[in-house]
Structure formats: C-alpha cells, structure tokens
Ligand binder design. Structure first.
Ligand SMILES: [Zn+2]
Length: 61
C-alpha cells in the first residue's frame, strides 16, 4: 500500500500544519459521493482527516 499523507494539525512548523504519514486509514464515502480518510498521525498520534479522490480511495477500501 502506498503511504498516505495528510496535514497534521498538531505537528506544526512555523505555526502551520505539516504533512505527515497517516496510519490506520479508514476510508469512507459520504452521501455526496466524496471519499475521505480518517487516520492517526504516525508522529504525534493525533487524529487526521483528508478528502481523497476516488482513484486514491478505492485501493484502501
Ligand atoms: Zn501529528
């Protein structure tokens, strides 16, 4: 599986969220057909959330 990266709101640098690896991603599709992933930051253990394209999301479901 490819590494999934998302902005972590807790891992800030210069007061901006930074890209970190998402672990344990759970991909869901909402009623509007948008895919999103929820997971845990590999660095700080905080919750992460990311909208995904269908092409990115399908292999993770
Ligand atoms: Zn983090």
């Amino acid at each position: 599986m490819a590494e999934l990266k998302a902005l972590c709101m807790k891992c800030r640098k210069d007061n901006k969220p930074t890209m970190q690896t998402m672990t344990k991603p759970v991909v869901t599709k909402n009623e509007k057909g948008r895919y999103s992933a929820k997971g845990v930051c590999a660095v700080c253990g905080g919750n992460m959330f990311k909208f995904m394209s269908e092409a990115d999301a399908k292999p993770l479901m």
